[in-house]
Design a protein around this ligand. Structure first.
Ligand code: SAM
Length: 295
């Protein structure tokens, strides 16, 4: 029985001290509000507005252009799912490219795989990396690892002309706004496809089916032009619009279900809080309305 004094839930909102909420106003006439204590950081860069808050129940929160990117409370879900599904689909991932991902969460997860020799992180906004290192040290924890090489440039330009280089490419993008719009377009996916080697895999965060259904249809039809294997998978992230985020996996050779060896997961599962071998399989089970988007 929780001590009454610990969680005083009977204070009406109106009389709570510091009644200060950060609200993300979504594109589908919905909003997400997190009660915050204060703002820790704010900077408008040539690319976006970066805000970092100390919240009451979600730890620190990062928002870019008013959209929640990550919270300390649930970032592990997104970062484990964007990294471990492709890295356990590929039999021996050694060379990974991350586009976006300046908070470092995807890099932290990638480096849990002992086969990794090099991670290239291409983040357009150096200020995101600087802020993540200061305010989210447990997310940005591995950005200074010797195997990590960070380039501050546009991922769209970076992949142009690259041929047959990477085992895995993760497109860890924000919503399709500002500099990220081009990360959802065919010309970029085509260049990223070429940058993969013959057994390469791409995973991109593909937004929520409740918020961006048409974008998911578009991504699906583009990926099917280039990849023999295209699968979507889902994860529940409480602080993302609609609470559901999808990922698209495009693979030149390995199938995320048929070629998945659950025994490999045992090596690192103790360090994971969301992903496991059962979640790997289950995340590809799509509800009918999502399947219909892909037809
Ligand atoms: N990892 C976070 C999460 O949990 O959802 C969100 C993604 S991360 C913060 C998105 C990053 O993509 C941002 O740091 C943004 O600066 C970067 N970005 C946006 N457009 C880009 C582009 N064209 N090339 C490289 N990075 C880009």
């Amino acid at each position: 029985m929780q001590e009454k004094s610990e969680v005083n839930t009977d204070i009406p909102n109106s009389s709570r001290k510091q009644d200060y909420w950060f609200t993300e106003y979504g594109p589908t006439n919905t909003a997400i509000s997190l009660r915050v204590k204060y703002k820790l950081f704010e900077k408008t860069t040539p690319y976006q507005k970066i805000e970092i808050f100390e919240s009451y129940d979600h730890g620190r929160v990062m928002a870019l252009d008013g959209f929640i990117m990550l919270t300390e409370k649930d970032e592990f879900i997104y970062h484990e799912m964007i990294a471990h599904v492709p890295l356990f689909t590929h039999p021996e991932p050694t060379y990974v490219l991350v586009i976006g991902g300046g908070d470092g969460g995807a890099v932290r997860e990638i480096l849990k795989h002992e086969t990794i020799k090099k991670v290239e992180l291409v983040e357009i906004d150096e200020e995101v990396v600087n802020a993540a290192k200061i305010y989210f040290p447990q997310v940005a924890s591995h950005l200074d690892d010797d195997r990590v090489e960070i380039s501050f440039q546009d991922g769209i330009e970076f992949v142009k002309g690259k041929k047959g280089v990477y085992d895995v490419i993760l497109i860890d993008s924000p919503d399709p706004i500002g500099p990220a719009v081009g990360l959802f377009e065919e010309s970029f996916y085509k260049d990223a496809f070429s940058a993969l080697n013959d057994s390469g895999i791409i995973v991109a965060q593909a937004e929520s089916p409740f918020v961006f259904p048409d974008l998911i249809k578009q991504i699906n039809s583009i990926f099917k032009k280039y990849f023999p294997i295209v699968r979507f998978y889902l994860a529940n992230v409480p602080t993302y619009a609609s609470g559901v985020i999808s990922f698209v996996l495009g693979s030149k050779k390995f199938d995320p279900i048929k070629d998945f060896n659950p025994n490999r997961v045992k090596k690192i599962v103790q360090s994971l809080r969301y992903y496991n071998d059962k979640i790997h399989i289950a995340s590809f089970a799509l509800p009918n309305f999502f399947e219909n988007l892909l037809k």
